[in-house]
Design a protein around this ligand. Structure first.
Ligand SMILES: *Cc1c(COP(=O)(O)O)cnc(C)c1O
Length: 495
């Protein structure tokens, strides 16, 4: 399988090369040249397997330059008991009739990013060997909160890698910040940026495309790579849990083979829901893909109108990992839906960077709408849903998960389609204690660690062990920078 740039199909790389590089030099996203198909036999076989075995089977279809055994070893390490507190890795919890919540936060940092970021460092280390790379990979990350921590945790002390993370100074929760600034490891660094997530992401993209910086780093024995979901090695492990959820429902006789399920995903950079789309394209029986946004509703509007317009007010919300106006992975979807038309994608992306918006052509828009339904949920709705879930189901969900639960409900009301549906739960409620406490009618005052304890006392739900352990950690990093200085900070880190 080859990986092609969405902006120039002449750029063609192996899986290992694509993972090592992260982003194509032309700014395009490295994307599989074709989407492999599976059949019912494949799904039935998968149903009898463990999560790591499922992961190896699905990923082997794309990473043809890795062996299935190699992938299985990685998956066993990645999703094993050292990091995950549930042997099923991503259990689907029955909330109500025809309503399932796919819990993706049982990993070491309590966010769904672990599902990919426990796997990516292993894929990348192997990629360096496979491609004969002798330089050190420096992973540069812009984070809205969860990716940064999950990436640092995944890459900490991994040979031949360094990792540096930028996060928006006032855009992450107290617990998220604490998780990052206390990260252990000789090869890690982190810095707050005065700005929002898009500023941080734009800064990182600029560093990536800066020929000068690349030259300097090359002389020092480094090259830059990415752990953001622009890296195919981030998207691929995320396909697995949609297969796995389907297989679990099959195994428990909740569905019959071939029966379609709807999937609702709380969306920011469009990575997680794109993974669900790939799974559907491969033949997983999926009906509608429901794209849930918070008050930053750029994707809702896009799905409705075909116009992507990032020129709008940016809101800081209680679901910060979705406070994004430029959803990078949409580019991969447009590439596939346009029939792998790299010129068309390149034109849209140029319009986006020059004028802040683009409009897709009619044919593309109808393809988009056939697959996706988009909706958004404001702050009051998010809070309300957390409270309702607690009262009605005695189930504590985080702010991002609440956005998905709310939008799924909207979808059902708007369309009457109350078919069996799975919505993704992307973070533990303990990562957003203040908002969650507030939503269930409790006083949210207190610092990060105090609030963990408070939420525990009120809910009786177990605190994830590593979050409980934060109170014993010391702060290692204390760096804040203007967005215009991000390049200097990186050069300083890679002395
Ligand atoms: C990253 C993240 C999201 C958004 O996922 P994308 O792949 O960027 O769409 C949603 N919820 C949480 C908790 C996240 O960390």
């Amino acid at each position: 399988m080859r990986y092609l740039s969405t902006r120039d199909k002449n750029v063609s790389l192996s899986g290992a090369e694509a993972i090592a590089m992260g982003l194509s030099r032309d700014g395009g996203l490295l994307t599989p040249e074709m989407i492999p198909e599976i059949d019912e036999k494949f799904l039935l076989a998968l149903s009898g397997l463990s999560y790591p075995e499922r992961a190896a089977k699905v990923m082997a279809l794309y990473l043809t330059d890795y062996t299935e055994d190699e992938l299985l070893n990685f998956a066993r390490e990645a999703y094993g008991p050292d990091g995950f507190d549930d042997t099923r890795a991503a259990p689907a919890r029955e909330v109500d009739k025809n309503l399932y919540c796919l819990e993706l936060w049982h990993g070491p940092t309590s966010a769904f990013k672990d599902m990919a970021l426990q796997m990516l460092p292993r894929l990348l280390s192997a990629a360096l060997k496979k491609t004969g790379e002798s330089r050190t990979a420096c992973i540069l990350v812009a984070t809205s909160g969860d990716t940064g921590k999950a990436a640092m945790e995944g890459f900490a002390d991994v040979d031949q890698t360094k990792i540096f993370v930028f996060y928006p100074k006032d855009g992450v929760s107290k617990i998220q910040e604490l998780q990052m600034v206390t990260q252990a490891g000789q090869n890690v660094g982190v810095c707050a940026v005065k700005g929002n997530f898009d500023d941080a992401q734009t800064g990182v993209k600029q560093i990536f495309s800066d020929v000068n910086i690349r030259e300097i780093l090359n002389k020092r024995g480094y090259f830059l790579s990415s752990a953001n979901s622009i890296n195919w090695g981030r998207i691929l492990p995320q396909l697995v849990y949609y297969f796995s959820a389907y297989c679990d429902l099959l195994r428990e006789n909740k569905i019959k083979i071939g029966e379609k399920i709807n999937i609702c995903v709380p969306t920011g950079n469009f990575g997680d829901i794109l993974a669900a789309w790939y799974a559907k394209q491969m033949g997983l029986p999926v009906g509608k893909l429901i794209c849930a946004s918070n008050r930053n509703d750029v994707l809702t509007e896009f799905i409705k109108t075909g116009v992507y317009n990032r020129d709008r007010e940016f809101y800081t919300t209680m679901s910060p990992s979705m406070d994004i106006l430029i959803s990078s992975n949409l580019e991969r979807l447009l590439y596939h839906l346009s029939g792998e038309n790299d010129m068309e994608v390149r034109a849209y992306m140029r319009e986006l960077s020059e004028s802040g918006k683009y409009e897709i052509q009619k044919d593309l828009k109808s393809k988009l709408q056939a697959e996706f339904w988009g909706g958004y949920c404001d702050e009051a709705g998010t809070s309300q849903t957390i409270g309702d879930y607690w009262k009605k189901y005695h189930y504590l969900i985080d702010t991002h998960t609440a956005v998905a639960a709310n939008v799924l409900e909207q979808y059902r009301e708007a369309t009457g389609d109350d078919h069996i549906a799975v919505f993704a739960s992307t973070a533990s409620p303990y990562k957003f204690c203040g908002s969650v406490l507030n939503a269930i009618g409790e006083n949210p005052d207190g610092d990060g660690v105090e609030l963990l304890e408070k939420l525990y006392q009120v809910s009786g739900v177990k605190i994830p062990a590593r979050l409980a352990d934060l109170k014993n950690k010391t702060r290692r990093f204390d760096l804040t920078a203007e967005k215009s200085d991000m390049d200097k900070i990186v050069l300083d880190f890679l002395k």
